[in-house]
Design a protein around this ligand. Structure first.
Ligand SMILES: [Zn+2]
Length: 277
């Protein structure tokens, strides 16, 4: 894909976000030798419908699941911040932390959730996506967060932001994940807590309040089927067997480099054909 090896920083809200949306691409990049760092902004501590379990237990479980998934995907470093899951996190505080990590890891590329996705109700997804995009486009300014510069963290020009998952814009890039689809499945199945939480998404017959180990086996099968169908549908659009879709924005200082495209769209002209990697 690219000849230069990149530092790729994936920033997401909950432990399962990245794997569900982009694991095939992440595994492919890791195989190509790129340096992948994942940064999860919350511990995902409210991600359960069980009332007898504590937030601490949920967080510990989800951290374990994320680390197991990341190991399969070849992720070098897993960072988990402690912003409140499902709470209204402080966007400015989050942005300052994210600028710090973009600078620290010299992130050539940021992968994150799309804060402009239609009907996205989860505030964590919206705030994290927005702040990650801002961090990628603001980390280069030496006069921003000067206390970081004083600590020896250099400003850094991130090149592009890749929005993943449900997008607010037609994808402008598809990644061929045929060779890493199996890794995606193996990684996704590590998130048993998620299978349980969104059981009805996979199977209307299983109650998320009462999931047995036998149900988890069934849910895993349904989940594989669903992931395969999503990857196939994305792939079919561009003649691939399996794909993940993204909307890539190139970074200008404090802005995105797509003014011409936006103006053309404003006038009702379709954008150019998506790129395939
Ligand atoms: Zn999430």
């Amino acid at each position: 894909m690219e000849s230069k090896l990149l530092n790729i920083l994936a920033i997401f809200a909950h432990p399962d976000d990245l794997t569900y949306y982009s694991a095939g691409t992440i595994a492919k990049w890791a195989e190509q030798g790129h340096n992948i760092i994942t940064l999860c902004c919350t511990r995902g501590e409210v991600g359960s419908l069980r009332s007898e379990i504590t937030k601490e237990q949920v967080a510990a479980l989800r951290e374990k699941e994320l680390k197991a998934a990341n190991e399969i995907l070849g992720v070098k470093e897993t960072i988990i911040l402690d912003f409140p899951d499902g709470g209204l996190m402080n966007g400015l505080e989050l942005r300052e932390r994210l600028v710090y990590y973009v600078r620290k890891f010299k992130a050539d590329r940021v992968v994150t959730l799309d804060p402009w996705a239609s009907y996205e109700v989860h505030p964590d997804h919206l705030i994290v996506g927005r702040m990650a995009a801002e961090a990628g486009t603001f980390a280069m300014f030496p006069l921003l967060y000067t206390e970081q510069i004083k600590e020896g963290i250099e400003p850094f020009h991130c090149s592009d932001i890749w929005f993943m998952g449900i997008l607010g814009h037609q994808p402008n890039c598809f990644v061929d994940i045929s060779s890493t689809f199996d890794k995606k499945i193996q990684a996704a199945l590590k998130f048993e807590g998620t299978l349980e939480l969104i059981a009805q998404f996979f199977s209307p017959d299983i109650s998320p309040y009462d999931v047995s180990p036998e149900d988890i086996k069934k849910l895993s099968k349904y989940a594989i089927r669903l992931f395969r169908s999503i990857a196939t549908t994305m792939g079919r659009k561009v003649g691939l067997k399996a794909a993940e879709a993204f909307y890539i924005q190139k970074v200008l200082p404090g802005h995105f480099d797509n003014i011409q495209e936006q103006m053309m769209e404003m006038l009702g002209n379709p954008s150019e054909q998506p790129k395939i990697y």
